[in-house]
Design a protein around this ligand. Sequence first.
Ligand code: A3P
Length: 312
Amino acid sequence: SLSKIFSLFVMSWNDYRRLPQAIIIGVRKCGTRALLEMLYLHPGIQKAAGEVHFFDRDDNYDKGLDWYRKKMPHSFKGQITIEKSPSYFVTPEVPERIRAMNASVKLLLIVREPVTRAISDYTQLRSHASSSSSPLPSSTTGGWTGSSGGWTGSSGGWTGSSSGWTGSSGGPPPRSFEQLAIRPDGSVNSAYRPLALSIYHTFMHRWLEVFPRQQLLVVNGDRLIEDPVSELERVESFLGLEHRIGRHNFYFNRTKGFYCLRNDTQDKCLRDSKGRKHPRVDPKVLGKLRRFYVEHNQKFYELVGEDMGWPE
Ligand code: A3P
C-alpha cells in the first residue's frame, strides 16, 4: 500500500546519518555560517546543526566516530553531508584526525581580507563581553533570524563616537580595536588573537602537509558577501554538484545590508550576529595593518597557488 511505501521511505531516511563528505574548516568570521546556509539551498546538501567541534575538542574526539556520525543530519544516498566548525582551521591536531576519518574528504576554507576579518573578530568578542543577557554564543545557534532581520544601530552598543562605545555596566570602558592592535611603541601587536588568526599561512601549511591541494577549496568570503551566486558556483563545481543555486535564491535586504536567502517555502536572513556593524577604525591604523599583512598574504597566496587580491 501507499502508506507502507511512505513509511519505508521515512525509515530509510531516518536510518541514514552519514559522516560528512565535506567540511567547512574555517576561518572564523569569514562567513562560515553564510556559506553553510547558502549551500543548504542546494537539494544535494544536508547540514549538521550548530557546530559539532568533533576534531578540535579532545572530549568530543574521544567519543569516537559513531558519536560524530550521530551528530549528522539524516540524508539520502547521493546527498552530501556538511558540517562547519571554524576552530578546526587553527587546531594543530585536526588535519591528521580528519584524514584518519576519510582521506578523500573535501575541505572548504573561507577567508576574508585579513584586516576586515580581525575587526569582525574584535566586534564579536566585544559584543560577547558586553552582553551578559546572551545565553549562547552565536556560533552554537542556528544562525537564522526571521526575514525582518534589521540591525537597529543600538543593539551592538556602538556609536559613531571615536571611542566607539557606550557601555552601560560601569567599570572601565572596553579597549578600542586600535589600542589592542597597536602597541604603545607604534608596532603591530601580532600576538593579539584577532590579528594572529588573520595570518592565514601559519595555519594553512599544516593542512597542505596532510591533504593534497586539490582537496581543498579556498572560498572568497568578501565575494560571497557581494555576489554569493558566482562564489557558490565554484563551490558547487568543487563538490561535484549540478548548478542549482541561482539568483532566485537571494534578495538584497537593505536594512541588513546583506543578501538574504530564499527557497520554495521561505525567506531568511542570517541572524543579527551575522553582519554586525563594525566600529570605525583610524585610517592610519588600517594602513599600518594592511602593510603588516602584505608579506603574510603573499605567503598564503604562494601556499595555495592563488592570489586573493587583498589591498596592499
Ligand atoms: P560581520 O558580522 O563582521 O559582518 P562567521 O559565520 O564565520 O562568523 O562569519 C560572519 C560573517 O559572515 C559576517 O561578519 C558577515 O560579514 C559574513 N556574511 C557573509 N554573507 C552574509 C550574509 N548573507 N548575511 C550576513 N552575514 C554574512
